[in-house]
Design a protein around this ligand. Sequence first.
Ligand code: AMP
Ligand code: MG
Length: 513
Amino acid sequence: MQVPFDNTYVRLPERFYARQSPTPVAKPGLIRVNDDLADLLNIDSHWLRSEEGIATIAGNHLPQGAEPIAAVYAGHQFGSWNPQLGDGRAILLGEVIGKDNRRYDIQLKGSGQTPYSRMGDGRAPLGPVLREYIVSEAMHALGIATSRALAAVTTGESVYREETLPGAVIARIASSHIRIGTVQFFASREDHEALRLLVDHTLARHYPGSYESSMSDGDKALALLDQVMQAQAKLVASWQMVGFIHGVMNTDNMLLSGETIDYGPCAFMDTYNPETVFSSIDHGGRYAFRNQPGIAHWNVACLAQALVPVISDDEETGVEAAKAALDKFPPYFLEANIAGLRAKLGLVTEHEGDEQLAKDFLDLLETHQLDFTLSFRRLSEMAGVEPAENVSKIAGFPTAFDDWFDRWQKRCGKDDERCGEEQERCGEEQESCGEEQNSPDRQAAMLATNPAMIPRNHLIEEAIREATDSNSFDLFHSLVDALATPYSLDGKSERFLKRPKPEEVVRQTFCGT
Ligand code: AMP
Ligand code: MG
């Protein structure tokens, strides 16, 4: 078998999906294969590059063992309930077990119509496919839980949106594609048997250590809810740490596995402004950067509500238990958030006031309209040098930062005192500790936490333009290559690291539909 399928979702009852093969395309052409990921999935990347491999990604060839389906789900889109969604332009070929012993879905996106396409053509334009490839792989390299890109191909066909665009297909990999909206679909139909099956399937697949098979259905549902809340809290905190704005945090775009999915109108912030919104359809700023944690809470509340009939036969009891469980979401998020901020500031111990210190730095960035990524990177670089007066001057920050630097260095000093005490207790040398307020260790840790490079929107747009207008994928490939090592400056062209010039700033992104 070229793809070592081991399918489980298709073993669930037929009302979970529709059997649907991809629709062949006119003339498949390879854009890129992700060799490392293919290797992890036990797929030969030479085969993926072969005519048959390319035909597989394009949907023109079904590899042995594939059991193609389109999954059904529902969801809240921008807060409005939609009872009937589903994979309208995506087809799950099947699952494989990776070299890491984890299970992965292989899904084609842009592979033709399904029973859930509604008015859509089931296709994807080249631009959104390239964006998803670049950003999802960048997120992975940043250490953020995410769906990934195994390969992308052009179709040799046009897709018609506001303009005529080249078509493409991306092979997307995720631990599963089970969404909050999948649970909502069965809840809204009062299909309690399906809900129980889904809880069991999801727990076994994603959170095997969190439950015992002897537990009651209600306790299993609560265990699942708690695990998803923790995963989502951690996920959204990790987005906030790199300035990632998802753009369409609808409940159908939130996976129970806690991986980022659906790279539609997403974008990374350049200048720090918590109000930032990119999506052209997000008029009210519902999914603005600052709102992401609150929206995640809202989304897991939808999950909790959908699980109520499994939590208890008595609705009132179920609702009370779900509410009590949901109260844990804010502390889960705050804990992940402050841990992330401490790491960004190079702090290893916990002190009261750390959150304020981080907030004040962010407020300064906002006031002075500084670049989020570059500012934390510069701060990291400063951590390795001797403290000096007028640090701002050396590091190129406005002098308004001087007081803050002073506070930060004093706070770093507290970490170093602790470090000194601990080493004394251990009888070790005190080389990097003691009076010094900056240390090479801190610098190294901060440089490994605060990326030098993020997938900046103006570069993505340029790569998409070159590919769409001139059939040139050079910039696309260079970006994907450089973003594989976001914490290192090695081999990165200067322009990949810089913030956009005023005339280059991209203010709006569009859905991939
Ligand atoms: P999204 O905004 O990408 O989360 O998609 C929302 C819903 O619309 C999902 O059910 C998609 O499968 C469906 N959809 C989006 N684009 C298309 C398309 N071009 N053809 C068919 N269905 C689509
Ligand atoms: Mg979606």
